[in-house]
Design a protein around this ligand. Structure first.
Ligand code: PMP
Length: 344
């Protein structure tokens, strides 16, 4: 019998269906079982492939997009990469307005993927005409035949995860998941995944991870926007200085805040301990679990799923650079034995 060539049509066939990997080493002294949903296995190396593909295909279905049209987005980098990747395969132009807080690696990478990139100041208010939101909005309004992904205010962001991440985790855990821990930026991942999981079992506890310097946790607790919570922080993609409508706060049971320093050390620990080269927010998510473990959140029956959103290669000039860590003062109060070891 003639053998068929076994190949994918293009990289987009590989979006989603990421593996769930048991964390046995880093969690060895914790009660319960811990599993990482490793989103770096997407072809664009992050969870954002899911929303880029889903939102663009929804626009195609509605007849909004035709070949040669332009996709516009604001992004901390990952969504930009994913939108650029989907645009290449589907024949669209890609324009990205990014925050100056994004790592140089990410910006260079977006340009390498054929995107036109505008770098906008990070520490201006969202309604400032220089902010990346306003820049993207203006480009979209001025450009005919463009689609604005608008991930912070687009409910399709949540739907992408409702239709993929949620069902995948439910199936992979055979319905035995008890906790989901996920960083919240746009909130699309946590809200969409939570919606699906809570429909299956409303007792699954959904815990969001927020940064010090972000308004999300306080908003969740008070339903009030408190600008006093806002100050600059280092972690990219996590937390926010506004309330994204892509987040459904009712679907999140609680938020945990984590620091830049502990999250950076924790990401480095995961890489060294589990052999998974993870991004900064994966460190943040695991840092939240460490804090929750101390609070007694888990017991021996817990099956905890943590989302690791992207790959460590995007942070070579940040958390994986000792010089950068030093510049931040992150080695000043060294808290891991490994960092203190003297080489003989
Ligand atoms: N981690 C990273 C690295 C991200 O880029 C993002 C997206 N901003 C998140 C976590 C949070 O995901 P979401 O936007 O779906 O809340």
């Amino acid at each position: 019998m003639e053998q068929k060539i076994n190949a994918y049509d293009n990289v987009l066939d590989l979006v989603g269906n990421t593996p769930l990997i048991k964390l046995s080493k880093i969690a060895k002294n914790f009660k319960g079982n811990f599993y990482a949903k490793v989103e770096a296995f997407n072809p664009g190396h992050s969870t954002k492939d899911r929303i880029a593909l889903y939102i663009i295909e929804q626009a195609e279905k509605k007849g909004i997009l035709k070949p040669g049209d332009t996709i516009v987005e604001t992004t901390s980098g990952n969504t930009g990469f994913s939108v650029a990747m989907v645009s290449i395969i589907k024949g669209y132009d890609c324009i990205l307005a990014v925050s100056s807080k994004s790592s140089k690696d990410k910006i260079d990478m977006l340009r390498a993927m054929g995107a036109k990139v505008y770098v906008c100041p990070a520490h201006v208010k969202a309604d400032d005409p220089r902010s990346y939101y306003q820049v993207a909005k203006r480009i979209h309004e001025e450009m005919k035949g463009s689609v604005y992904i608008n991930q912070y205010f687009n409910e399709l962001n949540m739907d992408a995860h409702y239709n993929s991440t949620g069902p995948e985790i439910w199936k992979q855990t055979a319905g035995k998941i008890t906790h989901l821990i996920a960083c919240s930026g746009t909130g699309g991942t946590i809200s969409g995944t939570s919606k699906f999981l809570k429909e299956q079992n409303p007792n699954i506890k959904i815990i969001g991870v927020d940064a010090y310097g972000s308004v999300l946790k306080k908003y969740h607790e008070t339903r009030e926007f408190d600008s006093n919570e806002i100050y600059p922080y280092r972690i990219e993609g996590l937390g926010k200085n506004l309330i994204p409508t892509a987040t459904d706060f009712d679907l999140i049971d609680k938020f945990v805040k984590v620091t830049d320093e502990e999250s950076a050390h924790t990401a480095r620990d995961i890489s060294r301990t589990e052999g998974m080269f993870v991004g900064y927010t994966s460190g943040a998510a695991w840092q939240a679990i460490k804090q929750l473990e101390i609070e007694g959140e888990f017991d021996e029956h817990s099956n905890v799923v943590v989302i690791f959103p992207d790959h460590g290669s995007r942070y070579m000039s940040k958390i994986y650079s000792d010089d950068w860590m030093n510049e931040q003062g992150f080695f000043d109060s060294v808290n891991t034995e490994e960092e203190c070891k003297i080489e003989h």
